[in-house]
Design a protein around this ligand. Structure first.
Ligand code: C5P
Length: 400
């Protein structure tokens, strides 16, 4: 329901990636957006208006002489109802027309006549994309206030490999959802840890925990959508990297510590969501440990892992630090004591027996002024609420 109440004009121009726009329409309608499809003549060579009508649940417009809407001026009436226009795919030709203010069909006329935001997702062969004329046109569009989403790098329909692929439907969806979020963290840099750690005991086994990474990944996504430059350091997790987020994968607590320390300079915020192992095995076996007889059990000795959060909070130029806590007993006492021990301004304590792997969470925030309870909700919503709370407490100046 992330796009409930939003009306999106989805403009299709000529390109093989029109097939991705069919899936994008599904994603948008599933998120409760109203999708009004407008297609150029060339687009109808690649996918039929009927397909797009069936997926969007609305008649598709292709002609500027169409009189089915409002006061018979489709180019005005359609754009006035839209919260945003997204052109996906945007061809080389269409970008050139937009950059020069040409309007010789419904879609280009609608873009010129619009009174709201315009986003475009370029899709073309790599030579067409890197051509100086296209790059000139794209810069012109940027300075005209148009948001350019992508393109991606990879294999192209023509068989060549390089920049020019239209972003995948899921990425376009994410970019659009992000576009509508308040830019509370604009110009800020955020470093996060998320997921479990894995401490080896031999080359094929190890100690880990039940953290899925969902809360940390949701916070990384919410921070990126709030306008921050986000770097996510993740323990082993199968979750997809949120759109626009830089990700570093690590296994052990020591690797997470090293990666965090290496990247903490210039960060405005550090959010430690990872469930970091407090100990690691000091006598890791070089070869897989074999069971020699029925009563045989291996002996391990442990050493403590570094505390990433406490170490970063103790740095002379420390970013604003936020910790998470999961306790099995006496949450309030332990959580606030932990916040004071680690010398951090804000700690988020998970309520309930376990939040690991769940899609929702209920938390209490602890800071110098006391506690604040957040009712159980899904982790995506909670992440947005937490980013808003964190923003209120941030020093006004960015470190950049
Ligand atoms: O001490 P405890 O593990 O309960 O503290 C939880 C908080 O500290 C979390 O934010 C977690 O990410 C962080 N932490 C850390 N490094 C450790 C242990 C915990 O950054 N070695």
């Amino acid at each position: 329901m992330e796009l409930a109440g939003k009306t999106i004009i989805l403009g299709l121009t000529g390109g093989i990636s029109c097939y991705k726009s069919a899936e994008l329409t599904r994603l948008l309608t599933k998120a409760s957006a109203s999708v009004q499809v407008v297609m150029t003549d060339s687009a109808t060579q690649f996918i039929t208006p009927l397909t797009m009508q069936a997926l969007s649940g609305r008649p598709v417009f292709t002609s500027q002489w169409d009189t089915r809407i409002g006061n018979n001026m489709a180019h005005i009436d359609l754009s006035r109802k839209a919260d945003a226009i997204l052109i996906a795919p945007a061809s080389t030709n269409f970008i050139a027309k937009l950059a020069n203010g040409l309007c010789d069909d419904l879609l280009s006329t609608l873009c010129i006549a619009r009174d709201g935001p315009l986003l475009i997702a370029p899709a073309m062969n790599l030579q067409m994309w890197s051509h100086p004329a296209t790059q000139r046109n794209v810069s012109q569009l940027r300075s005209d206030g148009v948001s350019i989403i992508g393109p991606a790098n990879g294999a192209q329909a023509c068989g060549e490999i390089g920049d020019g692929r239209m972003l995948e439907p899921e990425d376009l969806y994410e970019a659009l959802v992000g576009f509508f979020q308040q830019k509370l963290l604009s110009g800020r840099r955020v470093l996060l840890t998320a997921g479990p750690t894995f401490e080896p005991i031999d080359p094929v086994r190890g100690l880990t925990n039940l953290s899925s990474g969902k809360m940390g990944f949701a916070l990384a996504r919410a921070a990126q959508q709030a306008g921050a430059e986000v770097h996510l350091i993740s323990g082993p997790s199968a979750l997809a990297t949120p759109y626009g987020v830089k990700r570093s994968d690590v296994q052990t607590a020591q690797q997470m510590y090293d990666c965090a320390m290496e990247n903490v300079g210039n960060q405005d915020l550090f959010i430690a969501v990872a469930a970091v192992s407090d100990w690691r095995v000091s006598n890791i076996a070089r070869h897989k440990i074999k069971k020699k007889h029925d009563t045989d059990v291996p002996q391990f000795s442990f050493v403590q892992n570094p505390d990433i959060l406490a170490s970063i909070a103790a740095l002379p130029q420390a970013p604003f630090c936020i910790g998470f806590a999961a306790e099995s007993d006496d949450l309030e006492k332990h959580a606030d004591a932990k916040r004071r021990r680690k010398k951090i301004p804000l700690l988020v304590a998970n309520l309930g027996p376990t939040t690991f792997g769940q899609d929702n969470n209920e938390v209490i925030l602890f800071d110098d002024t006391g506690q604040q309870h957040f009712a159980r909700t899904d982790k995506v919503t909670l992440a947005r609420l937490l980013i808003a709370e964190i923003t209120k407490r941030l020093p006004t100046q960015s470190k950049k």
